[in-house]
Design a protein around this ligand. Structure first.
Ligand code: BG6
Length: 487
């Protein structure tokens, strides 16, 4: 494959942190192996830990342990390290000098893989050192989620960035949008005709979006307890992005602004939350043992599980509920979209040996399986007219095929200046507008969150937000061959 990128330098703030070592450096390594990085691309790790360049390369070598030895060594030659205090002007002078002596065409990406409280101080220092000015090359800044802590802090952050960077220089990353299966939502919806006539309130009963994790907080409980919670950490960003892609109108084109225009319209159409409906529209809970995690404040109300019921109040979706849920330390690692269709107007097969009717489902597996399945009813062989569920499987990818990590695509998009998969500020603002009232409702409610056992599907009360007996959380993808009523 030919090299697709211009010369540039990739500067990673927080290079020794978990995100950089677990995701960013492996993604850059893959781009290197695929021949997507120009030969003179240099990657500069920045952090407080005082590594010499070779020691830093050793650290990265260990993290990429299973990589092919030849490719790994050539990748490591791209790496450099600059230690210092990210709030100290001297560090930025050294950074300026480092950039000045690299053959990078004056193109620089600054990746802020640091705790959010450093976003503004780093930006201010970069601006003071004139490192954000685009004189001959380009300068781009990648900002990780969360973009702000709530609506007001997102506004403040935007103001600080805006005064120092042009909007085209800012890449608000949401890695979920980079997942193959999430990008496939657009293709599924807009490259096929069979779904579109059904994709509305007349045929869809409700939509479920699940992101379930078996992992807990793996050493970041203290940060999560103060700045996170499942709603802030997952729903405000990742799950609302999935909702927007599922519910949006066809974009005029795949240009960044067209896509973002449509997504933001959906987010703005979400019915404002009525605080008196907190109990029927939202559930929050903590896994048993969360309070004992190191770094968690005694009596903390931070939720490790959240489920919300949202309505998109527009022509297409009015009164179709979208149920979003996410949690840590659950039974399975599974992210999926489950779309339940309405039932036929007449139940012709009831009372003729058939058990209860089973509606059609479209099931889109995001991870670990990248799948698309449609459940339909068919006749069970035999004299009686009994029906069963069969699954039409249109799964993507082949078993054993390597799936690119979301960060690979997104890091490449930054290099190529393609912002279509990155969030525009008005999307972020609209998303905070949706979740803020729920979080305020919980803050005002003095009762502690519910508890759920580790390894379960969350609190039993999460079923209450359906508000009707024939709806329940869809836990698995496959129902293949089971008689109706057993799935
Ligand atoms: C991150 C959250 O944005 O996404 C984590 O901060 C979460 O808490 C992670 O575990 C999930 O993403 P993925 O791609 O690892 O499933």
């Amino acid at each position: 494959m030919s090299c697709a990128s211009e010369s540039h330098a990739y500067v990673i703030f927080g290079a020794t942190g978990n995100l950089a070592t677990a995701k960013l450096l492996p993604a850059l390594y893959q781009l290197h192996c695929l021949g997507q990085l120009a030969p003179d691309v240099r990657i500069l790790g920045c952090g407080r830990t005082p590594y010499a360049r070779d020691a830093w390369r050793d650290v990265v070598r260990q993290h990429l342990g299973s990589a092919d030895a030849g490719s790994l060594e050539s990748f490591l030659l791209r790496l450099d390290y600059l230690a210092g205090d990210l709030e100290d002007a001297a560090f930025y002078q050294a950074l300026d000098a480092w950039i000045g002596t690299r053959d990078c065409g004056n193109n620089v990406i600054f990746y802020l893989s640091v705790s959010p409280e450093f976003y503004v101080p780093i930006t201010v220092r970069l601006a003071q050192t004139e490192l954000l000015l685009e004189r001959t090359g380009w300068r781009r800044m990648v900002i990780e989620k969360p973009f702000g802590h709530d609506l007001q802090s997102a506004r403040d952050l935007q103001h600080e960035l805006n005064t120092r960077l042009k909007e085209e220089q800012i890449y608000r990353i949401d890695h979920y949008v980079g997942k193959e299966s999430v990008q496939n939502l657009l293709v599924l919806r807009f490259a096929n005709m069979i779904l579109e006539p059904l994709w509305n309130r007349h045929y869809i009963d409700h939509v479920q979006i699940t992101h379930a994790e078996t992992i807990g907080l793996d050493g970041r409980a203290s940060y999560y307890d103060r700045h996170g919670g499942a709603t802030r950490d997952m729903i405000q960003s990742h799950l609302l992005q999935v909702l927007a892609l599922l519910a949006m109108e066809p974009p005029v084109s795949l240009e960044a602004e067209s896509l973002r225009d449509e997504k933001v319209k959906v987010l703005r159409s979400i019915r404002p939350f009525d605080p008196s409906q907190l109990a029927s529209h939202a559930v929050r809970a903590q896994y048993a043992g969360y309070q004992q995690e190191a770094g968690v404040t005694a009596g903390s109300h931070t939720e490790t599980y959240a489920a919300l019921k949202l309505y998109v109040d527009n022509w297409r979706w009015r009164d179709v509920p979208f149920y979003l849920r996410t949690g840590k330390r659950l039974k399975e690692r599974r992210s999926m979209v489950a779309v339940r269709f309405r039932e036929p107007p007449m139940q012709l097969f009831q009372g003729m040996g058939a058990s209860t009717a089973h509606p059609n489902w479209l099931l889109i597996g995001i991870q670990p399986d990248d799948t698309v399945q449609m459940e339909i009813s068919a006749k069970l062989p035999g004299q009686e007219t009994r029906t069963r569920q069969i699954t039409m499987d249109a799964s993507v990818g082949n078993p054993g095929e390597r799936q690119a990590d979301a960060y690979e695509d997104l890091l490449m998009d930054v290099i190529q200046g393609d912002r279509s998969l990155f969030l525009r500020y008005d999307e972020v603002k609209a998303a905070w507008n949706i979740v803020d009232p729920f979080m305020r409702g919980w803050t005002d409610d003095e009762r502690p969150p519910l508890q759920y056992p580790v390894g379960s599907w969350g609190p039993k009360a999460a079923a209450q937000i359906f508000g009707q007996a024939d709806r329940e959380w869809r836990q698995s993808l496959s129902c293949n061959g089971k008689p109706e009523g057993e799935c």
